[in-house]
Design a protein around this ligand. Structure first.
Ligand SMILES: Nc1nc2c(ncn2[C@@H]2O[C@H](COP(=O)(O)OP(=O)(O)OP(=O)(O)O)[C@@H](O)[C@H]2O)c(=O)[nH]1
Ligand SMILES: [Mg+2]
Length: 278
């Protein structure tokens, strides 16, 4: 029988694992990469279960980590139930809403510490259809970072994507390319796969953004440590249920972070590393 764990007595970022945690990994063939998929969640109770089951259908060998920021809607309890049922699922419960960027950093650190081959992040709201995951992983034979992209041939948005949202998304991508010198097209989405040995070269203390600018910023640091990139088309969907957490304040903070990085890049004030191309 599963022991009751009093979360309030665990340190922040405590990782809860079920006894059967390695079940999914053991079921995969020897040549299959060790893949960690991360789902940052804040109030995704309507989406999490269906999403995890779909991920397991498309990449059965993946382990999944949920980073939940004390969602009031009980998302973490759904994650715990999935842990017991499926195995190969991990849960990090944080003390409050600490931001999407810090949640992803938390999962990236976990991937580095546990020496996974690849780390794949996606939104937990159904916007990133799991059917595209095999293409992201397949691309890792060629490059260090595969981006699930709305802005390459074959990619796009399914359903309603209002003018305001499209304008903001295009604007932020042009801005990111200008400020950060990125060459890729979709720099603001989070549906991506990374080579963990390359993530290990990044000092996570370099990362300035706690929120949504993280998506552009991590590409900047990946480039800084010498990563190669490619993009594979995805069709972005509107979230299945629940509500968006993106707001104007987050967008303004994102612009500020990129401006600061752009200035430091221009003035050669970035950290010194041997791996850096420019
Ligand atoms: N752990 C954690 N997850 C977060 C936080 N903010 C957002 N998320 C999760 O990050 C993912 C993206 O958030 P969304 O609110 O869907 O934002 P978005 O996809 O940029 O915006 P929409 O397209 O409007 O949905 C979702 O899985 C959220 O639950 C946070 O502070 N902490
Ligand atoms: Mg979303």
């Amino acid at each position: 029988m599963r022991q009751h764990i009093d979360e309030t007595r665990l340190p922040r970022d405590a990782v809860l694992k079920p006894a059967s945690t390695m079940a999914a990994a053991q079921a995969s063939p020897a040549t299959t990469p060790r893949l960690l998929v991360s789902l940052a969640t804040y109030n995704e109770v309507e989406n999490l279960r269906e999403l995890v089951l779909a991920i397991r259908r498309h990449v059965p060998y993946a382990e999944i980590i949920v980073i939940d920021d004390a969602s009031p809607d009980g998302t973490a309890e759904v994650a715990e139930a999935l842990m017991r049922e499926l195995g190969g699922i991990h849960l990090i419960r944080r003390s409050g809403k600490l931001g999407l960027g810090t949640a992803i950093v938390c999962a990236m650190k976990y991937a580095v510490e546990h020496a996974y081959d690849y780390y794949l992040n996606m939104d937990a709201d159904g916007s990133h259809p799991p059917r595209f995951m095999p293409a992201l992983v397949a691309g890792m034979d060629r490059v260090d970072v595969m981006i699930g992209s709305r802005y390459v041939a074959g990619g796009g948005v399914e359903g309603e994507f209002g003018f305001k949202r499209k304008f903001m998304s295009t604007g932020i991508n042009v801005y990111a390319r200008t400020m950060l010198g990125l060459k890729t097209r979709d720099n603001s989405g989070s549906f991506r796969c990374y080579r963990v040995s390359k993530l290990a070269k990044i000092d996570f203390a370099w990362i300035r953004s706690k929120g949504y600018a993280f998506q552009e910023e991590i590409l900047f640091w990946c480039r800084f440590v010498g990563c190669t990139f490619d993009e594979t088309p995805i069709l972005f969907e509107n979230r299945w249920g629940g509500r968006s957490k993106l707001n104007a304040g987050e967008a303004v903070k994102a612009l500020q972070v990129m401006l600061g990085l752009g200035i430091d890049r221009a003035l050669d004030r970035l950290p010194k590393t041997t791996a850096a191309p420019r």
